[in-house]
Write a protein that binds this ligand. Structure first.
Ligand SMILES: [Zn+2]
Length: 447
């Protein structure tokens, strides 16, 4: 990679990009076009909430369009963005702040200098020139919903189930909103959500969002070489929570609800890293600071006040899993906790749950194969490699602690390849270094 001296915040990427966003208000959808020298992405985001709230109004369409733009722009990392759109949502000051937070993390992941793209917003006509951030005040304090206290973003996974449990325990009346984004496991997640909501006696809404034209594999191979690569990088769109938050906030506004609950645990809310002299919020808008900015943007766009928050932000990934195993085994067995299928036994979600079950000696979710017996698993390789820092491992320190606890309790067996590796037993004869495997995995398609 060649260094650029003129502007230290520019990545050394030969990319010239222009992002056009157009709204099709008649069919309640967003069309976007992204062109640079490598790609011509022409996609749509279908937005149909008519089943629940009827047609979207102009403010709501603007917001969904801007959210889609943030997700796509964050994925490509263009050096400049020109938005041709009469949207107030894109003119809010927070829009650029969110983009900056996303870009910092992308730069860190791609190991390129931290930079911020130039953002220009052009009007295509003058009939809707309302200046910067016109806030429309709805009368929202006097007529709050008395039916539901919260909307909970619900995926049928462990964290959203635990969030729901916390709210119910405190006597609230939450409504579960299922937003299907991961096309690989959408139906599995929906089935899990239905079972859990029914068990808890919670009302459940479903809305799928599909970004047609959104690349499945790395959008820009220089930036996301492993995007959508089984089992390490799933194909859930990065920044998906921005879209979830936009859609949830529209429903929240229409239903006159006060709170939107995300299942973001302690690590997501608090994890920061120092990269090239700057503090980065590792989980961008999931972090406490990022979420505040997102909240403020959503309030400005919709002219309605509500709060994004996480009922489980004081609990770590480990604490949540241990509590589910010990106190809610029936609910845990109903959850869907894998990025790829029912249980791939390879992804960090599978590893994380498997390790906690091994630590407690309770196999509530039955794993068909032992993930610790798989010598090709790179997340486990990284977890036992002292040269790899915690934040480079999926689910980081939690996986390391699980391995350590099994070693302390001496509950390992001859099948636990990565535990034996961690306590420096001789490698099996077919051992290949993790680095060699990483290269092999990155270049081979998922079987
Ligand atoms: Zn899995």
């Amino acid at each position: 990679m060649r260094k650029t001296k003129q502007n230290k915040y520019r990545p050394d990427l030969n990319v010239k990009s222009t992002l056009y966003v157009k709204l099709h208000s008649r069919i309640s959808g967003v069309r976007f076009q992204f062109i640079n020298d490598k790609h011509n992405l022409d996609g749509t985001l279908a937005v149909d909430l008519s089943k629940y709230i009827g047609k979207l109004d102009e403010k709501e369409l603007d917001l969904v369009g801007a959210a889609a733009l943030l997700v796509v722009a964050g994925l490509f990392i263009p050096s400049s963005i020109v938005i041709q759109w009469d949207s107030n949502a894109a003119r809010c000051i927070e829009f650029s702040k969110i983009l900056e937070i996303l870009y910092n993390v992308r730069a860190y992941c791609a190991k390129i200098p931290i930079f911020f793209p130039s953002v220009t917003i052009q009007s295509s006509n003058n009939k809707k020139e309302t200046g910067l951030t016109k806030i429309v005040s709805d009368s929202c304090f006097s007529s709050r919903s008395t039916i539901f206290s919260h909307i909970v973003l619900f995926s049928g996974g462990i964290d959203s189930t635990y969030s729901m449990l916390r709210l119910l325990k405190e006597g609230y009346k939450p409504l579960a909103l299922f937003l299907g984004a991961n096309s690989d496991t959408r139906e599995l997640e929906w089935e899990a959500s239905r079972r859990i909501a029914s068990k808890l006696g919670v009302e459940l809404l479903r809305y799928d969002f599909e970004i047609k034209g959104f690349p499945k594999k790395g959008a820009d191979p220089d930036i996301w070489p492993q995007f959508g690569q089984f089992p390490y990088y799933n194909s859930i769109p990065h920044g998906r929570d921005i879209l979830s938050a936009a859609i949830a906030s529209i429903i929240t506004r229409r239903m006159n609800i006060r709170f939107i609950a995300f299942g973001q645990e302690k690590e997501s809310r608090e994890k920061t890293i120092f990269y090239r002299g700057r503090k980065i919020l590792r989980h961008d808008i999931e972090s406490r600071e990022g979420s505040k900015i997102l909240n403020s943007w959503l309030n400005r766009c919709l002219g309605y006040d509500f709060n994004l928050f996480s009922p489980i932000e004081s609990f770590s990934i480990e604490e949540i899993r241990l509590d589910m195993i010990n106190r809610y085994p029936d609910l845990l067995s109903m959850t869907q906790s894998c990025f790829w299928e029912r249980l791939c036994c390879k992804c960090v979600k599978c590893i994380s749950l498997y390790l906690m079950q091994r630590v407690t000696g309770n196999e509530i979710v039955k794993f068909p194969i032992n993930p610790l017996a798989d010598p090709t698993n790179l997340d486990l390789a990284d977890a036992v490699d002292s040269d790899i820092p915690d934040n480079e491992i999926g689910y980081g320190v939690q996986i390391r602690r699980g391995i350590q606890k099994i070693i302390e309790k001496r509950t390992y067996t001859e099948q636990d390849y990565w535990i034996l590796r961690a306590i420096e037993k001789p490698f099996p004869p077919n051992y290949i270094s993790p680095k060699a495997k990483r290269i092999a995995y990155a270049s081979s398609p998922r079987s």
